[in-house]
Design a binder for this molecule. Structure first.
Ligand code: GLC
Length: 441
């Protein structure tokens, strides 16, 4: 009897073990494309794209009345919307995924939602579902599909929040009303799953309510029942797969397996006529290199106008980024975050087998670069994108010490990239770093 019990227990433990291993394997798997992708393009498009107000926040913060804000619906035409062109310029930028707003905090759906009639299909001269053709174009271009969905819905009559200093009601005073809203919100998410089967759900606005109030576990379970490989961003009150720092640049490497910096090209998430404070291609490229060096992705925002055309500066910037990512693709896509700070004064990445080390060098430099604490011998050094072989000098090797030497590498100016040069160090064996203090031990 005791032996039988022991056997049963052993079987049960093995079973739990297998279950656990499977879950981990599946999780690792589903995040693979995301960590290889590195660059995504974010798109904020809605009635705010007329260019006069910020997205949703304009009425919430009482810059305009809710009525005036919503009146922009009448001028939202999408008359020059070219989803195939959008997908093409995104592909050419090197981005491997794109995330588009299906509904911002203003509550206006860009698809033909059946949960209410507040959509571009029913309430604007655009008169159609704008998501389907873009989602199709992305898939035809082999770009992963991300759908942004705002949990907050300041226009919905059953949603409590409204203006910055007033709410429609308190959940504890009217739980039934909140349940109506949750039914609506879960219903929309369900539609998005069913109609678009997104590779990635990008939630926003979770901060207004708790996981319990949103019924976040249920949202996650429903999404995964449609697509077990769907990725969820970190704005579902603890039920997401990765973190989304916004506009703020980490200085030290975040202690996170997966993360994504989302960033505007100028200072606005949606198109604003008067915002010309654009980041230059050089700035975006260096920010991008920094993010991937620290094991993250960059989700870079573009802001189409109400008719669907994309501002010229944004197109030009995407093209510049595309030339650079294309030239340096082996150092970017499918690599791992690079060396911790201290070994090299700049970003770096490593190949998955750890035998190629890529160093990113901002243009233009005239002196040698130096690598410290590299406990490997170097088989070759080349400039990525033009294959120029580079020489290096081993400096300060002490015969009796185990502390690695310094490596000085000269990069002639004529082989440097106008934004960031990348050089590849082919190593004798997987990267090994010395992190000591230079003493005897
Ligand atoms: C913020 C804002 C929003 C924007 C989003 C993008 O949370 O509420 O306007 O869409 O960030 O990350």
């Amino acid at each position: 009897m005791t032996r039988l019990l022991t056997l049963k227990l052993a079987l049960l433990l093995t079973f739990i073990g297998i279950l656990h291993a499977n879950t981990n394997a599946q999780e690792i798997n589903k995040m693979d494309w995301f960590s290889d992708a590195k660059l995504g393009i974010f798109i904020h498009w809605g009635i705010y794209s007329l260019g006069n107000t910020s997205e949703s926040w304009a009425f919430h913060n009482k810059r305009v009345s809710h009525t005036d804000y919503m009146a922009q619906l009448d001028s939202f035409t999408a008359s020059n919307y070219k989803p195939i062109y959008w997908a093409e310029i995104i592909r050419k930028s090197g981005a491997k995924y794109s995330v588009i707003t299906s509904k911002h905090h203003d509550g206006i759906a860009l698809w033909d939602t059946k949960q209410n009639n507040l959509s571009t299909t029913h309430k604007s001269p655009a008169k159609r579902d704008l998501l389907t053709p873009f989602v199709n174009a992305l898939r035809n271009n082999d770009i992963k599909v991300g759908i942004y969905y705002s949990l907050i819905d300041w226009t919905h009559p059953d949603y409590p929040g409204f203006l910055k200093d007033s709410s429609k009601y308190k959940i504890e005073d009217n739980p039934a009303k909140w349940q109506n809203f949750i039914k609506f919100c879960h219903g929309q998410i369900e539609e998005l799953s069913a109609e678009f089967n997104p590779d990635l759900f990008w939630f926003d606005g979770d901060w207004e309510h708790s996981a319990e109030e949103w019924q976040a576990p249920k949202i996650k379970a429903n999404i995964l029942s449609h697509n077990p490989n769907a990725i969820i961003n970190g704005r579902l009150q603890g039920f997401g797969d990765y973190d989304t720092p916004e506009q703020n640049f980490p200085v030290t490497r975040p202690n996170l397996k997966y993360w994504e910096l989302c960033m505007t090209m100028n200072d606005s998430w949606g198109y604003q006529k008067n915002d010309n404070n654009y980041k230059t291609p050089y700035e975006i490229i260096t920010i991008f290199a920094d993010a991937i060096s620290m094991g993250g992705n960059l989700l870079l925002d573009i802001t189409p106008m109400q008719d669907g055309s994309i501002p010229k500066t944004q197109i030009e910037t995407l093209e510049e980024i595309g030339n650079w990512t294309n030239k340096h693709q082996e150092a970017i896509f499918g690599t791992l975050g690079g060396m911790p700070q201290g070994h090299f004064y700049g970003p770096s990445t490593i190949s998955k087998d750890s035998t190629s080390l890529y160093l990113f060098i901002p243009a233009k430099i005239s002196g040698d670069i130096v690598v410290k604490g590299l406990d490997n011998s170097i088989k070759s050094i080349v400039v990525v994108g033009n294959n120029t072989q580079l020489n290096h000098r081993i400096v300060g090797k002490i015969s009796w010490s185990h502390v690695p030497s310094l490596v000085y590498i000269d990069i002639p100016e004529n082989v440097q990239d106008k934004y960031m040069s990348v050089i590849k160090l082919e190593l004798d064996k997987p990267l090994k770093l010395y992190r000591g203090k230079g003493g005897f031990n």
